[in-house]
Design a protein around this ligand. Sequence first.
Ligand code: MTE
Length: 325
Amino acid sequence: MLIKRAADIKSSEITPESVWLRRRDFIRGAAAGVALAGLPRLSFAEDSGRRALDFTPAADLANDAFRTDEPLTPLQHVTHYNNFYEFGTQKGDPARYAGRLTTEPWTVKVTGEVERPGTYALEDLLRGIPLEERIYRLRCVEAWSMVIPWVGFPLATLLQRLRPTSRAKYVSFQTVMRRSEMRGQRSGTALIDWPYVEGLRIDEAAHPLTILAVGLYGKELPNQNGAPLRLVVPWKYGFKSVKSIVRITLQERQPRTSWNQLAPHEYGFYANVNPEVDHPRWSQARERRLPNTLFNPNFIDTVLFNGYGEQVASLYSGMDLRRYY
Ligand code: MTE
């Protein structure tokens, strides 16, 4: 991956946090079933055609790790500073070109070591699973980071529904292959052997912090963020959080993963955020928290496991994190 400076983003393009907080209060009322006189339930769609979602706000969830008090990254940055190489390698390419991706209908193929394999329509696969908000830090391996209010559900909930067999030791995920709609898949610029694939060990996949997201900022995912279904693993570098998933495979062996295959010395299978283990071409000790400017670069220290060590360190006890990077 290349490191780039944040493109200058006009302040007029930034969604003020106060607007978001007002919306959140509204959603909270709606999710709690509170009648808001004269307002249809979940009816605000002022900034785009994305549908609003019904979910439990992070503030109401029992686990403190499911939210953070750090300021949210404005919606404009979350949706216009992206890595989604299927649409190009520039940060603005996904916002520019992902609108072309057709996300309805959407099917997910479930294969391998499960009792309930099959090709599921997305709505059937997720039917009845309650949505939750999770406010997580996202730390990219390129040394920038954001704080994003996702809407989704624990991957563990879906795995329970699919019933992995005792031979399932890993889960792998595959992004949609759609050359006609994804210009990056037609060009060889990214050097990725499409489709994009990622994977987790089964205990990482079943960890309560690991979610499948269907939305952010209270609404359905924008295409550039991986609509209609993407993984979010907050203690790992962002490249593990594979977008626009069409295939989930439970398997006995460690799956191959796109970035590891492309540059094995630079991108490991585990990819846990670790300030002590530098990328061969740059330091991982610090990160640029978006939004930032030339005059306020907003660098902060990177924390082991992206600050989720208390929750996840035990998954790696006894493992040499330099070797298993
Ligand atoms: N998934 C696919 N299919 N293709 C990609 O290029 N980029 C990854 C990850 N998931 C990528 C992907 C990287 S490097 C990061 S940092 C995150 O998506 C960025 O997610 P965001 O654009 O929603 O912030």
